[in-house]
Design a protein around this ligand. Structure first.
Ligand SMILES: NC(=O)c1ccc[n+]([C@@H]2O[C@H](COP(=O)([O-])OP(=O)(O)OC[C@H]3O[C@@H](n4cnc5c(N)ncnc54)[C@H](OP(=O)(O)O)[C@@H]3O)[C@@H](O)[C@H]2O)c1
Length: 342
């Protein structure tokens, strides 16, 4: 008799009060579950993690409900259908969705852990579907073009500029003839913004006074501020808006750690002085239009005109460390955790 196939999974052990650390999770082993009629067993190939994961552990973020202690940590990824008892999915097909931090998961494709079929981009790594050719790329595209109503020649300031979304925002704006100023943490990320992504200037918020730099670089001249981090960066940008500026609220990474005690925008009244608008958006509201963004981005990546960076981890064991490094800015590029690999 062969041994029973086992799966590994990370469950939530306790709630962080400050930094997320591996001690907040437990690595468990269990038998690989059997799919019931109508279900699929999915083998996780790749996972990613992103800043809102911090809120899922405390307030819950968008869902308003934190992950219960003892439940599998949430996370999106790409997997392969290992066993199908659902006529809509064939064994071997690739699917993406909230697979969780585990090597295997069950789904019925629809209501129970919904997944959708995903196509590997031709001649490009499958992992790009987790960032530049996935939700990050779509966020950059629709946030900048639809919410930011970008115009050629605009002055665009981007916070979290070296991040998964921010790095694409910088390049899309540059390609449309805009002057782009990126804000990121540390010399290496700022150098990447200036040398590779086409930013006219990069501000290192960990070592420079962002307000003073913006006042020098673009006084009263920001047409679009694409905000990934909130807090002080948002306030500094609000103080330098041009008349008719658009402030795009994509994320608030600087506040997720203080989840529950958010720093509001002190300088919000500049929206009145400058007759500007500030609007948030949720990328999945554009889900039926993703191809509008992802097809041109795919061409851009293939031709080398759109660049991306990836921070790779190997094995499900590394998932908590990947999240810790992401939230402390020690990462460089979009997080990809290779579980069974491509
Ligand atoms: N609205 C939507 O539909 C939507 C969709 C996707 C993403 N988002 C949001 O957009 C933001 C960016 O997402 P992403 O996936 O591209 O993540 P990301 O920017 O790649 O996230 C990681 C980066 O966040 C930065 N960071 C960490 N702590 C920070 C702090 N205290 N202050 C400032 N920056 C900090 C670090 O960069 P530095 O080294 O530069 O600090 C780190 O490398 C997130 O807030 C996310 O929730 C929203």
């Amino acid at each position: 008799m062969g041994s029973m196939p086992m799966q590994k999974r990370w469950t939530v052990k306790s709630r962080p009060t400050d930094e997320v650390r591996p001690e907040h999770f437990t690595l468990e082993e269990a038998a690989v579950p059997e799919p019931a009629q109508g279900q699929l067993l999915i083998e996780t190939l790749l996972l990613t993690t992103s800043p809102p994961a911090r809120m899922w552990l405390t307030s819950g973020g968008l869902s308003g409900k934190p992950i219960p202690i003892g439940d599998v940590m949430r996370g999106s990824g790409i997997g392969r259908v290992a066993t199908s008892r659902n006529p809509g999915f064939a064994e071997g097909e690739l699917v993406s969705g909230g697979l969780g931090w585990q090597t295997h998961s069950l789904s019925d494709g629809d209501k129970l852990n919904p997944v959708s079929k995903v196509e590997a981009p031709k001649d490009l790594p499958l992992s790009t579907r987790l960032h530049v050719l996935g939700a990050s790329g779509a966020s950059a595209w629709f946030g900048l073009l639809e919410i930011g109503r970008l115009r050629e020649g605009d002055t665009v300031v981007v916070s979290g500029a070296a991040g998964s979304v921010g790095s694409i925002v910088c390049q899309l704006a540059r390609k449309r003839g805009c002057r782009v100023i990126g804000i990121a943490g540390g010399e290496a990320k700022c150098k990447w913004l200036s040398d590779e992504l086409g930013c006219a200037s990069a501000i290192d918020y960990k070592h420079e006074d962002v307000g003073a730099r913006l006042e020098t670089l673009c006084p009263g001249a920001i047409d679009v501020f694409f905000d990934n981090v909130g807090g002080d960066a948002l306030d500094a940008a609000l103080a330098q808006l041009a008349i008719g500026a658009r402030v795009v609220l994509c994320g608030g990474t600087s506040q997720y750690q203080q989840d529950g005690a958010w720093q509001g925008p002190r300088n919000y009244f500049h929206l009145v002085y400058r007759q500007a608008t500030m609007a948030g958006f949720y990328v999945f509201n554009f889900a039926d239009r993703f191809d509008e963004a992802l097809l041109p981005l795919e061409d851009g990546v293939r031709s080398g005109k759109i660049k991306y960076a990836e921070e790779r981890y190997h094995g499900i064991e590394q998932a908590p460390m990947a999240l810790q490094r992401l939230l402390s800015g020690q990462n460089f590029g979009s997080t990809v955790i290779s579980v069974a690999g491509e």
